[in-house]
Ligand binder design. Structure first.
Ligand code: C2O
Length: 580
């Protein structure tokens, strides 16, 4: 491989959407940010220079960072943030990966404006396991707030309620013609008839899973999270925040100027009301090159795609079980066949005591909403976990007693225990994945709702084979959770609705050709089982990729110890690693 150099200047830029201009944090003044392109085997150096008042850090989402955890990026996990005026060079080599990934800020909610595609092409002279596309096009889904990101997160955290919903969803930063003031802010894809296009879909939205479809066209899914899959056809794709999906679009023999809407809209599983808004782009057939008549589109295209109902959980489950690894000689699925460590984690919402001097909208008015893994609401330390681990200074930074099973086992997807939640009066927050607002004030809280704050990790010896079952809890309404594990791909060996049954469900596990992912959807009111091999020494963050749940504590970390051989050890940090 070769070495590729990029420079990211973090700076403010005025950007206008929905007729509203705001000054926001960007990379090189671009929104979405610049595209990084490399090949498998290349080394990538990205020099990040922070010119803004905010602290920043950048995560290369899905890059395995084999023995290069110092370049992973989550603030206070693998590094201290890059402060104003500081520079940090992210330095990593892409080993054994090719496909669509992305990068984003990994501090506060800055990823709302700081994100972009990271495309890893196969090695030179190596082709795709599908016909060579005529063109490749990244399609990033995002969210736009008229308010700035910091104000949005502050509002969500201080009241302990859900965040204000975004003002628009976007395709490549553009809301599209279904929003006010946005006819000119519309992503347009010009295509020729009878060709194959590779669309690299990336869900960079903060808090919503999205359905995506293109009117009158069939899509063929060929890759997910930079792992080739057995191709399958679909009219609609569901993509959760953090995930990427490559699809082939075969154009038909439509006449020039024929136009079709492509559209994305949330899949919403929480209770209450929701944001029904839709971002759209235009697929436009080109004039033949010998034609002289100009292309003028005056009106909205007639053809609109049909998307599933907002709460269509069976579509979601069906769609996610269609993904299968190629599992062939060239692209084997190395699923751990034996398991050394089993874990059972509940993921979901609950409550925390309301901090002094704040008004909280959680139950009883004395609590605020929180989220947890096994009832632990994770608190980021004020120094980086990886440094503390590497230098043997974990004392006062983290503890190693993360529970391997829930603190308060109960019927996770049944009626909440003690009947204490009955008679509640719930009103949902608009938009994705805030908790329902509980208006009834006099409630006795079941203990299962209560979270314990902590900075607790799980320690794994090098090369441990791990099986982890993650169970959604539906105390405050069933919700899906896109769980992202840094530093690894995981095999998704099973999933289902209801409570996981350790006596029956393992018999149905797929240990032959399961999909490999870096971001796994825990189904709403259900469970998912994954396996991975802990072959990457370092400290690896695992969290819900909804930023609101991340902020509320639905996160934890794995510490993977060094192996015995030199090539099984994490090297020391680079000299420019930021200090806290
Ligand atoms: Cu894409 Cu820890 O995140």
């Amino acid at each position: 491989g070769i070495t590729r150099h990029y420079k990211f200047n973090i700076r403010l830029q005025n950007v206008t959407r929905l007729c509203h201009t705001k000054s926001m944090v960007t990379v090189n003044g671009k929104f979405p940010g610049p595209r990084i392109i490399a090949r498998e085997g290349d080394r990538v150096l990205i020099k990040v220079v922070n010119h803004v008042q905010n602290n920043i850090s950048i995560h290369w989402h899905g890059i395995r960072q084999l023995r290069s955890g110092w370049a992973d990026g989550p603030a206070y996990v693998t590094q201290c943030p890059i402060q104003t005026g500081q520079i940090y060079v992210y330095n990593f080599t892409i080993v054994g990966q090719r496909g669509t990934l992305w990068w984003h800020a990994h501090i506060s909610w800055l990823r709302a404006t700081v994100y972009g595609p990271l495309v890893v092409l196969p090695r030179k002279n190596v082709s795709y396991p599908f016909p060579k596309p005529h063109k490749e096009v990244p399609i990033l889904f995002g969210e736009w707030w008229n308010a700035n990101s910091e104000a949005v997160i502050t509002q969500a955290l201080q009241t302990g309620a859900g965040p204000n919903v975004s003002d628009a969803y976007t395709i490549n930063g553009l809301p599209g013609p279904l929003y006010n003031c946005s006819a000119n802010d519309t992503f347009k894809l010009k295509v020729k008839p009878g060709k194959t296009y590779l669309l690299r879909l990336i869900n960079a939205a903060l808090n919503d899973e999205l359905f995506f479809s293109i009117a009158n066209h069939t899509l063929t899914v060929v890759e997910a999270d930079a792992i080739y899959v057995k191709p399958f056809k679909t009219n609609i794709v569901l993509i959760t925040p953090g995930q990427t999906t490559n699809i082939l679009l075969k154009t038909k023999n439509h006449s020039p100027n024929a136009t079709f809407l492509m559209a994305a809209r949330p899949y919403f599983t929480g209770q209450g009301t929701f944001d029904n808004s839709t971002t759209a782009g235009i697929l436009e057939y080109e004039q033949p090159s010998n034609s002289s008549s100009p292309t003028i589109i005056k009106n909205l295209p007639l053809f609109k795609p049909t998307l599933p109902a907002l709460n269509d959980t069976s579509f979601a489950m069906n769609f996610s079980t269609k993904f299968r690894s190629l599992a062939n000689a060239q692209f084997p699925a190395n699923v751990p066949q034996t398991v050394q460590k089993h874990f059972f984690f509940t993921v979901g919402l609950g409550t925390n005591p309301c901090p002094k001097n704040q008004t909280c909208q959680g139950p009883n008015n004395s609590t605020k909403f929180a989220a947890s893994v096994n009832n632990i609401s994770f608190i980021l330390p004020t120094t980086a976990l990886l440094q503390a681990h590497f230098f043997g200074q974990s004392n006062g930074v983290y503890t190693t007693d993360f529970p391997t099973t829930p603190l308060f086992p109960f019927n996770y997807t049944g009626t909440p225990p003690n009947n204490t939640m009955q008679g509640r009066n719930i009103q949902g927050t608009r938009g994705g994945h805030g908790p329902p607002k509980i208006l009834e004030k006099k409630l006795t809280l079941p203990i299962v709702l209560q979270h314990v704050n902590g900075t607790k990790v799980v320690v794994l010896p090098f090369n441990t084979s791990v099986e982890l079952v993650m169970q959604d809890t539906s105390i405050l309404g069933a919700e899906s959770h896109p769980l992202h594990l840094h530093g690894f791909n995981v095999f998704v060996i099973g999933q289902g609705f209801g409570n996981y049954d350790p006596n029956k469900d393992p018999a149905k596990f797929n240990l032959v050709d399961p999909i490999e992912r870096n971001t796994v959807g825990v189904p709403s009111g259900g469970w998912v089982a994954i396996r991975f091999l802990a072959d990457n020494p370092g400290v690896w963050f695992m969290h819900c990729h909804y930023d609101v749940h991340l902020s509320w504590g639905l996160k934890m970390a794995w510490v993977v110890m060094d192996g015995k051989l030199p090539r099984q050890k994490l090297p020391p940090p680079p000299s420019d690693l930021p200090k806290c």
